[in-house]
Design a protein around this ligand. Structure first.
Ligand code: PAF
Length: 283
């Protein structure tokens, strides 16, 4: 069964109102399209966790701080709908832009603190765009649960905080990163990598895993991070924006893994920015 593609909020509201009348729980998987197995794993989690599943597809201009990045972002609605077929989702919401940002739209949702670092530092305005669109998608879909990948771990934390602070009655569920056999984290941006870029990108996972192991055995992070920076550049990355160890709960920076932590890395290859992160157990 092919899921209906809805472009109007009024059509979405009619559907979700009927589901709520029937006491059905709703799961939402917010995406910007260019779906891959990472998204499909979120859809599977949503199918297991809710009675009705909506996938949203909206390339959100407000979260791109770089116009070239927005222009190059893959738009593959037809293929995306086909990829969702086997999962039998209940609706695909591809809102007309005016349903998200109507004429005169003047509100920004901004989460302080968590957004000052990493992606927030290197992509100014990015998280305001994310928090604003996700708040709208939560309110428009009236979902009970929302599914996000840990690949964008900082985004997951920001969205969770936003929903909690605004009393939006939704459970934000984090799902593990899905990786290629090479270890490369799946991302819509991988489509823009050359064969050589893909080979370089895959090296990052190995360098990150070695770093995680060393930190878990008690070594100080700073020296290890400097070595990992050198290793990433030697592997072929043209830029290493950050390599950071942070508390998994609060995202505060750590020098040792003295509590459950996360290693975060942002790099460039082939003109494509790639982020990844790994869990780090207490040393
Ligand atoms: O992770 C993404 O694809 C986007 O940031 C999201 C959550 C769909 C908001 O536009």
């Amino acid at each position: 069964m092919t899921a209906p593609i809805l472009r109007k909020l009024s059509d979405l509201r009619a559907l979700t109102a009927a589901w709520h009348r029937d006491n059905k729980t709703i799961g939402v998987v917010p995406t910007m399209g260019a779906l891959h197995q990472g998204h499909q794993s979120l859809v599977e989690a949503a199918k297991a966790g809710a009675d009705r599943v909506i996938v949203t597809i909206f390339v959100n201009p407000k979260q791109f701080n770089n116009p070239e990045d927005l222009a190059n972002y893959p738009r593959t609605e037809f293929e995306d709908a086909e990829k969702l077929d086997p999962f039998q989702v209940d609706a695909i919401y591809v809102p007309d832009p005016a349903e998200i940002y109507p004429q005169g739209f003047a509100t920004t949702v901004s989460v302080a603190g968590l957004t000052d670092v990493m992606e927030g530092e290197f992509r100014p305005g990015h998280f305001d765009g994310v928090a604003t669109v996700v708040a709208k998608l939560f309110l428009q879909t009236q979902a009970d649960r929302a599914y996000f990948g840990e690949k964008d771990y900082q985004q997951l934390m920001v969205v969770r905080r936003m929903a909690r602070d605004l009393d939006i009655p939704i459970e934000v569920v984090g799902c593990p990163t899905v990786r290629e056999a090479s270890g490369l984290a799946m991302s819509s941006r991988n489509q823009r990598l050359s064969a050589d870029g893909l080979r370089v990108a895959a090296e990052k996972h190995h360098i990150m895993r070695a770093l995680v192991q060393a930190v878990q055995s008690g070594a100080a992070f700073d020296t290890l991070a400097a070595q990992a920076d050198t290793d990433l550049r030697s592997a072929g990355f043209t830029e290493v924006e950050y390599i950071q160890l942070r508390c998994a709960e609060t995202l505060e920076p750590l020098t040792h893994a003295d509590r459950p932590a996360r290693l975060f890395v942002a790099t460039w290859v082939d003109g494509v920015r790639l982020i990844d992160n790994l869990p780090v157990s207490r040393a």
